[in-house]
Design a protein. Structure first.
Length: 329
């Protein structure tokens, strides 16, 4: 008879199998029970106590007398990616390697080990290589930080995907039997500033989109060093909106287009101040300042979210107000 965890995995898998496929397995099981169990369980289950079919052994009882889905899920490891994935630098240049860092947690039974991966995703294909990380045992409730370095990517807006596969046995060769539950998460990364805009209007829209992407990632990361770096990058992108036609006016005497840059300079200066604050360890020990800073950043995000090209004054005011209560100068 198999152990409780192996049976739990098998029941959870059985529920994902289409009814017609279950019928096929039942027919094969009647003829070759040991061989079928070897295939579907990877050798972890070799007997279903004489059950005539797999359905008879693995279907859940209607009266609730047997184990529930939640019971089985608690019996197997459940590896998840917790919090945002960090990519450093936050805005790499083309070809520049990046460090990918994330936190994994085990919300299920103790894990004997698992395989995690990180890779670039380029619109329709994976970047090469996919970095694999063989992870050792994780106890129930344990959290751990993982980190790999990916090679540089070409200009463009891409994604980095991280998978944390679930429990398996790790031997000397790093081979893992993938079982249990895992998790996949991703983060958008703008490499080299993205594609070149075809017009000032497109540049405005593109920069606003980039600003929102970074600001959303920064708010998700919280008032951490990495979070402030992302917010700063969002402000740099927003400053680009002010430089590419959205605020342009025409000088009546000369007919030349004038670009008022006071707002852009102020936004860049605020971005620089946030980058400097990201390295201030004292800031992260002052929870009162952090709360105020979070409010200021959220107010700036709301203002940028309502911005359209050529209508940026409210957003500039909100951005330059970051630090009014938290002391970021």
């Amino acid at each position: 008879m198999a152990d409780a965890q192996s049976l739990a995995r098998l029941r959870l898998w059985w529920e994902t199998v289409a009814p017609e496929t279950q019928q096929m397995f039942d027919k094969l099981y009647r003829l070759h029970p040991e061989e079928v169990l070897e295939v579907v369980s990877g050798g972890t289950v070799n007997d279903l106590e004489g059950a005539p079919t797999m359905s008879a052994a693995l279907d859940r009882s209607d009266d609730g007398s047997g184990p529930s889905v939640f019971d089985d899920m608690a019996t197997v490891p459940r590896i998840t990616i917790e919090g945002p994935i960090q990519v450093s630098p936050v805005s790499p240049s083309a070809g520049q390697p990046v460090t990918v860092t994330w936190t994994e947690g085990n919300g299920g039974a103790s894990s004997e080990g698992h395989l995690s991966t990180a890779a670039w995703w380029f619109t329709d294909h994976w970047g090469d290589p996919v970095k694999e990380l063989v992870v050792g045992p994780m106890a129930t409730g344990e959290k751990a930080q993982r980190s790999v370095t990916l090679p540089g990517a070409p200009d463009g807006e891409w994604a980095v995907y991280v998978t944390a596969n679930a429990d398996g046995s790790v031997d000397g060769t790093g081979t893992i039997t993938e079982v249990g539950y895992g998790h996949l998460a991703s983060v958008q990364v703008l490499v080299g500033g993205g594609s070149r805009p075809e017009s000032p209007e497109q540049a405005d829209e593109q920069n606003l989109g980039n600003a929102m992407m970074y600001l959303e990632q920064g708010i998700a990361a919280g008032t951490t060093s990495h979070g402030l770096q992302l917010i700063a990058q969002g402000l740099y992108a927003f400053a680009g909106t002010l430089d590419t036609g959205g605020e342009a006016a025409r000088d009546q005497s000369s007919g030349r287009t004038i670009q008022p840059d006071a707002g852009s300079i102020a936004v860049v200066q605020k971005a620089q101040a946030l980058e400097q604050a990201a390295s201030d360890e004292g800031l992260f020990d002052d929870h009162s300042r952090l709360r105020e800073l979070q409010k200021e950043i959220e107010a700036a995000y709301d203002a940028v979210a309502k911005t359209t090209p050529g209508n940026t004054a409210s957003a500039v005011d909100a951005i330059t107000s970051i630090g009014s209560a938290s002391g970021i100068r």
